[in-house]
Design a protein around this ligand. Sequence first.
Ligand code: PLP
Length: 366
Amino acid sequence: MSAIPFVNLKRQIDSIRGEIDAAIAGVIDSNAFINGPQVAAFENDFISAQGGFFGHGCANGTAALHLALELAGVGPGDEVIVPAHSFVATAEAVIHAGATPVFADIRPSDYTLDPDRLSPGPRTRAIMPVHIYGTAADVDGIRAVTDTYHLTLIEDAAQAHLATLDRRGLGTIGDFGCFSFYPGKNLGAFGDAGFVMTRDEDQAKRLRMLLDHGRISKYEHTQVGYNYRLDTLQAAILSAKLPHLAEWTRQRRTLATHYDGRLKQAGFKTIEPMKGANPCYHLYVVETSNRDEVMKHLSAKGVGHGVHYPVPLHLQPCFKELGYRKGDLPVTERISQRVLSLPMCGSTTLDEAEKAVEAFLEVAKP
Ligand SMILES: *Cc1c(COP(=O)(O)O)cnc(C)c1O
């Protein structure tokens, strides 16, 4: 059996290589490596594609979260509620802002923050749901909580390009939405890149300032900011890829439908999106009780796979000082032992997905 990669970036890039080469050459010829016109062009195109209002590109997804937290006024002494079932950056950004992450549990259906388990305290300033795997968290349910307690709602949409909830683009519903264009994300740069969306034009202006040294002109700095700019080269590459994202997302959804059919029939639990959610399947995740054995088998058969994420954030050594213990977040902890990600990207073929799921079903137990 030939090897089936977990993500086939090479195939995707090869298919549009001419367009990417032209975009890169354009930046080299213009010599505008910082704040070149390609940055604003990409910003406009990405805002339309996601159905947002205002926003700017930035250095990476972690910087996007950090910027949104600062714009929300989150700082020392504040707490931000985040899920523990996520990539480390979600909680790391809260620390960067000088605040403390408070971990909450997820719901077993779609692995997103459970609105019924949120209990804001006097120090809570924001809630940051993650649209994990590209599946919508219950933003409206969480909005009801942030409205009641006057908190900021920041969507970690790092995995949610073109995903929607009731036809609204994820990352465009809360006060802020943060995206990552890490190479392996659904829309990936050739390096690091990210984006902050906001519904508020004034916040977008502050965002632009904050990510570029707090400057209002070349040598006038009204506040201490960051060097969190999106490179012109990355913007040009992202613009070359963006017109293909809808087609790649359709392919991801086709693969997910195929996986769903095969796995549900065999009694496996997969992602169950809430009503109205149209995921973009950054990852396709299935639960299995004998994961180690399944991974060995998949490796032997050359089927790429991964675990997202094996160690919940509240049990990561880097957050040890926050004082969480095993047993604090039972759903998150159980899921982290059971989830397995199957091959999934815009250039994975249906035939590859079928071979992967066949190999999975040979040994996996629900
Ligand atoms: C990728 C990711 C980030 C961080 O993005 P970078 O661009 O790698 O900094 C944050 N949150 C989630 C959920 C992610 O998947």
